[in-house]
Design a protein around this ligand. Structure first.
Ligand SMILES: *Cc1c(COP(=O)(O)O)cnc(C)c1O
Length: 396
């Protein structure tokens, strides 16, 4: 299977541009603009400026001594995307796409959000560059992630509460696409994960690949080698694909993507599109999707709003098929336990999304043994999840 994404937007048989005709022109314009910008030294310099002086990059690579001792296996390292301004990796992509918006001369940005981290990052980028900003968020997520919704409004952005479907991320994405189709002449849609029609999966991946590039350099400097394994949680797959791209060519580095296993293996109980999904089309791309036998999308479930999506970025579907990356599902209860365990052991409150990656890391650390090194992408901090965790655990 050949990967000729640069020509066609395909990763093997996955990806492509299956968008309504009304959006084709905007997608072609976006692709053209991005291809020009990514070769421009001025654009690279500008992106680098905001990475260093606004987001706070490079983010730390922290050796987690206490987790390593507590788990009694491989050495554990954490790539600290939680320390970025606004508290997650989403800002890497939001600033990059806001710069593209400026280059296209558009004055309005819109975005979908689940956990609210992408909404927060987009509202922040909108304020930074003086762009009119509207965020689409499902009603259920507005409840689960109230703190981020309040912050988004505080930053001057509008929130549209989405009440269709399950009132979560899939529905917010559909609603944002509809708005984009209506307002495409003055509006750019800042897609928040490595999903959607070409060129979004490539653009988001490229802006997030700073995670993997930095990690490789930082780890090499301290250890004079590559890590043995790298783990990231997978919702749409942007933090994972950004991290993995630093290591894809290093065949000895094992790569693991962790999906949300939710409450069980039946349709409707989880968000594990790679583990349990089938090939289909969602939001303009061909990928693995949680669907019933007639091709209807089955509502996803996860305790973490940021993983609660019934599809996955097409490049992950490709990497799963080729076997370069292995994907596993981790359930709600284990993720909640890891959220508290990591907080109490290492003094870092991780996002519920990231907690899924920690569950798998604990097991892998034992399997690999004390001579090996594991890097976990700590995709975001858990402040946004504290009230939901208290509700679910009774504050234990
Ligand atoms: C949004 C989010 C995720 C999931 O999104 P990906 O695109 O799969 O990275 C994971 N962790 C955090 C902290 C998030 O905010």
């Amino acid at each position: 299977m050949k990967n000729d994404e640069n020509k066609t937007g395909y990763f093997g048989e996955f990806g492509g541009r299956y968008a309504p005709e009304i959006l084709t022109e905007a997608l072609v314009e976006l692709e053209r603009t991005y291809n020009k910008l990514k070769k421009s030294p001025k654009f690279k310099k500008e992106l680098n400026f905001y990475n260093q002086n606004y987001i706070g990059r490079p983010s730390l690579l922290t050796y987690a001594d206490r987790l390593t001792k507590s788990w009694g296996g491989a050495r554990i390292w954490l790539k600290r995307e939680d320390l970025n301004h606004t508290g997650a990796h989403k800002i890497n992509n939001a600033i990059g796409q806001a710069l593209i918006t400026k280059a296209m001369g558009k004055k309005r940005i819109i975005a979908e959000t689940g956990a609210g981290q992408h909404g927060l990052a987009t509202a922040t980028a909108g304020t930074l560059f003086g762009l009119d900003t509207t965020i689409f968020m499902g009603e259920e997520d507005l409840r689960r992630q109230e703190l981020n919704a309040v912050k988004i409004r505080m930053l001057g952005a509008k929130i549209v509460s989405v009440t269709s479907g399950t009132s979560t991320l899939k529905d917010a994405t559909s609603e944002a696409m509809r708005d984009w189709a209506l307002n495409v002449s003055n509006t750019h849609y800042i897609v928040g994960s490595a999903i959607g029609p070409h060129p979004f999966p490539v653009i988001v991946r490229d802006f997030q690949s700073v995670i993997g590039i930095e990690t490789k350099k930082q780890f090499m400097k301290r250890n004079k080698k590559n890590p043995d394994a790298v783990i990231a949680c997978v919702g749409g797959g942007s933090n994972a694909i950004g991290m993995f791209h630093g290591f894809l060519k290093d065949r000895k580095v094992k790569l693991f993507g962790i999906e949300a296993g939710g409450l069980g293996t039946k349709p409707g109980e989880h968000s594990a599109s790679i583990t349990f999904g089938k090939e289909g089309f969602l939001h303009g791309t061909r990928t693995l999707i949680i669907q019933d036998s007639s091709g209807q999308i089955v509502p996803a479930h996860s305790v973490s709003a940021g993983l609660d999506y019934p599809g996955v970025g097409p490049e992950h579907a490709y990497l799963a098929k080729t076997g370069r990356v292995e994907y596993f599902a981790v359930g709600d209860k284990d993720a909640l336990d890891a959220f508290l365990e990591v907080s109490r052991t290492e003094g870092i409150i991780p996002a519920l999304e990231t907690a899924h990656a920690f569950v798998f890391a604990k097991k892998l650390a034992k399997d690999l043994g004390s001579k090996k090194d594991i890097v976990i992408c700590l995709s975001g901090r858990g402040d946004k999840d504290v009230s939901e965790v208290i509700r679910l655990t009774g504050g234990r």
